[in-house]
Design a protein around this ligand. Structure first.
Ligand SMILES: *Cc1c(COP(=O)(O)O)cnc(C)c1O
Length: 229
């Protein structure tokens, strides 16, 4: 099941890339394994995936050793896609290859300090909030450039790009303008000499539109693993 889902998604990623004159190799498939048991991750890893996204630090840290014993020699990379509390920053830095949800200078300072302590250069994305939905995390478009410049001054953070979680619409075409907006924001920042190669956008039901608008990381859960409980 997981195996065939992955094959199908890879094909759709390929098609969307070709449609938009992009190389499929430039698009990373991040399997969102939050709430799922280690066994599900193992199945996906055996089907060739090696990037996994979790939204809670502790859950990821619990899963990783299980995977190491199930699949010795296979190197899984973990990404944090959920909101990060400052008191978990230390553990996040110890564990994650990429943190998608950096959205304040305070958090940047703490992550930088923790990364410095362990001699790591921590890869991060800035999470942008493109709509006024109160519940969403992320920094506003208006304040984003200031945060980007702040991060660029920190020695132990490496800013890789931008991430967004748009509001939910049934029809992916209604989400597309948000994807376009994130790409344009990235392009604007590039002019101001911030290189931001990664755009983390697109989920199970809208990743094709996201790819057509420039996504380099698509975060896919249910389309791989089925409905979460
Ligand atoms: C859960 C989650 C996803 C995956 O959503 P699906 O609709 O299951 O693909 C992607 N991104 C973030 C930030 C999430 O929390």
């Amino acid at each position: 099941m997981i195996n065939t889902n992955i094959l199908e998604i890879k094909e759709k990623i390929n098609d969307a890339a070709v449609r938009s004159s992009r190389s499929p190799q430039d698009i990373k498939l991040l399997a969102v394994s939050k709430t799922l048991p280690a066994d599900a991750v193992r199945e996906a890893a055996e089907a060739g995936l090696f990037l996994f996204g979790e939204n809670r630090v502790q859950e990821a840290r619990d899963k990783a050793p299980l995977l190491r014993s199930m699949l010795p020699g296979i190197n899984i990379q973990w990404h944090l896609i959920g909101n990060l509390q400052k008191n978990k920053a230390k553990y996040a830095v110890q564990f994650f290859d990429l943190i998608h949800t950096l959205d304040s200078e305070d958090l940047a300072d703490i992550l930088n300090k923790e990364a410095k302590k362990i001699g790591k250069i921590q890869n991060v994305l800035v999470q942008i909030k493109l709509s006024d939905e109160e519940t969403k995390h992320g920094i506003s478009e208006l304040d984003a450039l200031g945060l980007v410049e702040h991060i660029n001054r920190l020695s132990n953070l490496k800013l890789q790009g931008l991430m967004t979680i748009p509001p939910f619409f049934e029809d992916p075409e209604d989400v597309r303008p948000y994807f376009t907006k994130l790409r344009l924001l990235r392009d604007k920042m590039k002019e101001q000499r911030s290189s931001l190669p990664e755009l983390s956008m697109g989920m199970s039901h809208d990743f094709e539109a996201a790819i057509e608008e420039g996504a380099t990381i698509v975060r896919i859960g249910t389309a791989i693993f089925g409905q979460r409980r």
